[in-house]
Design a binder for this molecule. Structure first.
Ligand SMILES: [Zn+2]
Length: 173
């Protein structure tokens, strides 16, 4: 059975994501389809026994790993390209939450436009019910930072605040 380090290999981690908030230590890991046949998994999602069947938007096979004890449930190690990680954020929460679809943008600055428009759309949404304004405000702030990163040409940097937004987004969807 490989260790976690062996499964990650020599690849760079693009993004550390947390689509699910759970403090329990993980016991299983789900692996995303490899980019090339026979290659290493595109991402690794860690889950506890209670959440083993959650997150259907992260489909993948269970992986045999020796040493999971250091990862908490809901964490994702994402090794995909920056563009693929951005598209994944769009598919999973950004487009459902804001209505801004990257497929509608074909310019060279596509992601800068998408994030800027998404930020505007979210800011213009009507007042949220009690309990939703706090996550909305923190998401708005972080999405604004991501939009600024993208406008300055640093898409990789934009994935950092977007990972935070993803953790907050389920409270608004
Ligand atoms: Zn859990």
């Amino acid at each position: 059975m490989p260790t976690l380090t062996q499964l990650c290999g020599a690849r760079n981690l693009t993004s550390l994501r947390n689509p699910l908030t759970c403090k329990t230590t993980s016991t299983v890991v789900r692996q995303g389809p490899a980019a090339e046949k026979g290659g290493a998994p595109a991402w690794l999602l860690f889950l506890c026994p209670e959440h083993v069947n959650t997150l259907p938007d992260w489909p993948g096979d269970p992986a045999d790993v020796d040493d999971l004890s250091s990862m908490t449930c809901g964490a994702v190690l994402d090794f995909r390209s920056t563009d693929q990680v951005l598209q994944s954020h769009a598919d999973l929460w950004l487009t459902p939450l804001t209505g801004v679809d990257p497929k509608m943008y074909i310019t060279a600055d596509k992601w800068a436009d998408v994030l800027d428009q998404a930020h505007r759309a979210l800011a213009e949404q009507p007042d949220r019910a009690e309990g939703e304004s706090e996550p909305l405000n923190s998401l708005l702030m972080m999405l604004g930072i991501a939009a600024k990163n993208a406008a300055m040409g640093d898409l990789y940097q934009a994935t950092v605040p977007l990972a935070f937004c993803e953790t907050v987004a389920p409270r608004l969807l």
